[in-house]
Design a protein around this ligand. Structure first.
Ligand code: B12
Ligand code: SF4
Ligand code: SF4
Length: 411
């Protein structure tokens, strides 16, 4: 859907606007709409995030037991995560070899080092920002933004080897990949396709990030890819500063005005001088304040319907990490969960009608209550079985079988 719109838009605006979405119509602001005390935000230890904690048993033995199979248990998400695993050590020229599941064992040829000489014509930050974005779109990104890398977005310690993270790059390029509108329309949020949607975006954005980082190194500048199997950064604050969205009630995630919450992201950090984007304000803080649909529909009740809190030096809607992690990892009647993505009124296709509603939601505060009410009335957020294309299958001890149960919602 994005691609169709992309060529349509390019033809209409000639090449002057190269982004697939009309990002030039967004209101740009000097700081994100989330209050941030830059001096108080501390770097996070990657070993303390929800999946690390689930794996080491903080959320009980059942969740810990399910952690290694929760993506692999459906054959399609299993294929996607296997491919992403191959990209795990292709993120930089060092091609780190960790112990454990992502170790290379010499099977994959080395990445190219940073070229000793800078390529001609690569020293103007404005033309290079445009070039890098166009390159990312050529590689099939759905949205791209650039910011200076906030120091607090860099993990203090790595979950892979426990070592302190030292990442000195000045810039971050964020690459978004849609989790797929058609699947988002068909699924109920926590049936058997959710992890495949996540890992479609993880593996595609990871591939693009690895290619882009390698390309930037060949131009003579240091660069590193960060993706779903090898991060040194926390992604959402980068998306925020790169003008790709605002923090949402869902809690931990940034919502894009054109893709809604229906995407995953990969990052390239680099020393290549780049002109940066500014944060955006499309009225989401007001919208989420009123809407609360994700909180109502979350199957684990992890999302708050209350007000924002101060967390680690910035303001956000809180989430219950244990409930969400345990539900996604331990889901026995499906594979993962993305119900909050599914039900959000910003999760829409980019048709003329939805473009018009989208414009109204962004520009006319008084129309927001109507949009929220209308979203329920029109039945958005319900699964559409006629669009279902995947097979409900579960790998049990190496044998694929039809699952005993599937989460039923709105059926
Ligand atoms: C672990 C993890 C989870 C865990 C646990 C999160 C946790 N807090 O521990 C759980 C299971 C909850 C989870 C769920 C989901 N996740 Co998740 N998750 C991650 C992961 C791998 C690590 C995040 C982390 O280290 N958190 C630990 C600390 C840092 O958490 P925190 O202090 O509460 O900070 C959170 C936010 O406040 C924000 N943040 C961090 N620092 C700062 C600083 C400032 C100033 C601000 C404003 C915000 C901010 O980012 C953190 C995200 O967890 C990231 C990938 C990444 N490297 O960022 C994806 C990621 C955040 N998840 C993502 C998504 C989409 C989801 C889901 C929607 C699942 C799905 N089906 O796609 C749900 C949504 C849950 C929710 N209600 O928000 C996307 C979000 C993209 C976006 N739109 O912003 C990411 C970036 C993955 C990706 N590569 O795209 N996730
Ligand atoms: S991913 Fe599922 S369990 Fe987690 S917050 Fe979203 S709806 Fe709730
Ligand atoms: S469902 Fe509503 S409250 Fe939740 S993130 Fe989307 S707009 Fe905000």
């Amino acid at each position: 859907m994005t691609r169709i719109f992309s060529s349509e838009w390019r033809n209409r605006k000639q090449i002057e606007c190269y982004d697939p979405f009309p990002v030039h119509t967004l209101k740009r602001v000097s700081r994100p709409t989330t209050a941030i005390n830059d001096h108080l935000v501390r770097r996070w230890d990657q070993r303390e995030h929800g999946f690390s904690r689930a794996g080491r048993g903080d959320f009980g033995p059942f969740v810990a037991k399910e952690q290694p199979r929760f993506v692999q248990k459906h054959p399609l998400s299993g294929s996607l995560v296997t491919m992403l695993g191959k990209l795990a050590y292709l993120v930089d020229e060092e091609q780190r070899l960790w112990d454990g599941p992502f170790a290379n064992n010499g099977a994959i040829p080395p990445m190219r080092p940073t070229a000793a000489t800078k390529a001609p014509g690569t020293d103007d930050p404005h033309s290079m920002a445009r070039h890098i974005k166009e390159t990312a779109y050529f590689l099939r990104s759905d949205a791209v933004g650039i910011c200076e890398l906030p120091p607090y977005a860099v993990y203090s310690h790595s979950a892979y080897d426990g070592k302190p993270v030292d990442l000195q790059h000045k810039y971050a390029i964020a690459i978004l990949i849609d989790q797929d509108w058609r699947s988002a329309k068909a699924f109920n949020g926590h049936d058997w396709i959710s992890n495949s949607m996540s890992f479609l975006s993880y593996s595609t954005s990871g591939f693009i990030a690895c290619v882009l980082a390698d390309y930037i190194r060949s131009l003579g500048y240091s660069a590193r890819a960060h993706h779903g199997r090898n991060y040194q950064v926390v992604v959402p604050p980068i998306l925020l500063w790169a003008g790709l969205g605002e923090m949402s009630r869902i809690g931990d995630i940034v919502l894009n005005p054109f893709l809604g919450p229906r995407f995953k992201a990969a990052i390239v950090t680099t020393d290549l001088p780049l002109a940066v984007d500014k944060p955006i304000d499309f009225g989401l803080q007001d919208f989420c304040d009123k809407c609360k649909k994700c909180a109502r529909e979350c199957p684990s009740k992890a999302i708050s319907d209350g007000g924002k809190v101060i967390h680690n030096g910035y303001e956000k809607w809180p989430i219950d990490v244990e409930k969400c992690s345990s539900f996604r990892v331990g889901n026995q009647k499906g594979a993962g969960c993305g119900t909050c993505i599914k039900v959000c009124p910003w999760n829409k296709p980019y048709t003329s009608f939805h473009r018009m509603v989208n414009w109204t939601m962004r520009k006319v505060p008084l129309a927001r209550n109507l949009a929220i009410w209308g979203d329920d009335l029109m039945g958005y957020g319900k699964p559409d079985p006629t669009a279902k294309w995947w097979l409900d299958l579960e790998d049990v001890n190496g044998v694929l079988r039809v699952p005993d149960n599937t989460n039923e919602r709105y059926r």
